[in-house]
Design a protein around this ligand. Sequence first.
Ligand code: GLC
Length: 579
Amino acid sequence: MEHNKRLDGANDFWDQAVVYQVYPRTFNEDGEREQTGQGSLRGILERLDYLQSLGIDALWISPFYPSPRLDGGYDVSDMENVDDIYGGLDDFEALVDGLHERNMKLMVDLVPNHTSNTHPWFQASREDRDGKSEWYTWADGITDEFGQTAPPNNWGSVFSLPQLKRRESGELIVAEGELTPPISGWTWDETREKYYLHSFTDFQPDLNWHNSEVRDAIKSVMRTWLDRGVDGFRVDAVPYIGKNISYDDDGTFHGPDEEYNTAYVDGIDNPYDQLVRHNSSGYPGALNPYLHEMISVLEESTYGNRDTRIIFEAYMPEHELKYIDEVAPGRAASFNFTPIQADWHMPTPVRKQILDKYHARVASAGNISNSVMGNHDKSRVASRYSDQIAKSLALFSLMQPGMMFIYNGEELGRHDFDRIPPEMIRDPNGLRDPERTPMPWNSLEKNTGFSGADAKDLYLPMNPDDTAADIQSTDNESFLSYYRRLTAWKHRMTEPYVALDIETADGKNNGVIAYGRGETYTVITNFTDEPQTLEAISPVRKMGKIVLSSIMQIDSSITQAIDTITLQPNESIVVEHEN
Ligand code: GLC
């Protein structure tokens, strides 16, 4: 069952690559060490055969760097090392070797916007020493209407969701009719006697990207990992490095207030979203040159001839993503979050427009498209909808050209685990633990094979409703077997995206979407809860065999006309045409 694409002889490694996101804290712990319940790098190594048989071409590993891990490791205290809990640099080396021996590649997470407040850089900066005083975003306060010192502007912290609960419980008093305030993005530091900016929690201070020394330091981190053999980076929260800020010669900070967002619904939305983000994040005048700088490292003579790639994490409007996708098409792109963000039941004409436009614009930029169905920040797809829809969305997404990102456990049809005891809640935003519970590997082993530690010591509890990989592995009808078929088909499809229009027999045409891969394949998805019979497709494609379905086992010997095909509710299929 080894069918990773290098072995299939494809040209550009990343085109058609299936990239698997490992969340190291809950992926797997190797048996060689004292069991802590927190995962390990050798634990990842142990599962490479499994990943290879799943058709995975590359891994992206979420941060495994030294960290207090108050934000699952996205609070880094040393960007160039391995946290003891996961092992050491020799384990990292073994992992790189294990991957490269299998013709698989490795992307690591780069967190350029912030560090942990325990990082020596921040310690030096707050103590105004070692030339690091301007490495973070410091500002004096202003005096507010009551004569009190207040933050210099209204910028908020992304993790303001807990404010809703605080208001509800009476811990946060807000006058009736007033909006629930976001948590301020500024925290007063007693040592420096200034405010520091943090786009996320107060223990994640924002680096000052306006300072060229900071940019040089991050580029040096990139080189360190490239020298250790990594093949690329997933760049965390990248819009936040680009802010509309300036400093006077005397060090006075300037950063304009954000405007209010008229679409914000108080009591439901994250209070952070009541402000638009024009200055505090995604400010093109700053962001764009910084993106260029980061990408330029991959082009340096030492690395330029390697098959490296950057994927930027940016939840941003389309026109700004377009810019990112055009910056360096051979090297970098932004995540395409449409499969995560677009509701399954959204109007299909809108979904189709988004899809066709996305593929057209990425192709015209000469870039590689991609799809993301889930990650460690979002509710798992099978929980958001249903198992059936999860399978259908997987087919619809994976068969599109370009890279596919699979979040660990998606291939097992895993669900969110909502019954996490209060004392085990880890996420500072109070939301993302359910999709981060440990992987179930072996039904007969302690903690389903994740770790030999006591259940109470696991980072997060096991989800007892999961079906473990070992059981799924031998069951041809399982999620895992289905995913193996999907990745095999993905690697087989090398022709470009073709926009197609479809008519259904009920004449409404509003529930079914089709696209082609060249002239050879047609991928069709029924986004409705009703069966749909196809009437016509344009440009015309008449006869074909159904070779793959999200619902049925296929007898692919039957050739049929498109207008005799009926899709089951929420079904996706692939039709292969004879050329
Ligand atoms: C990104 C990560 C998320 C993290 C945040 C702050 O959005 O995906 O997990 O909390 O950045 O680093």
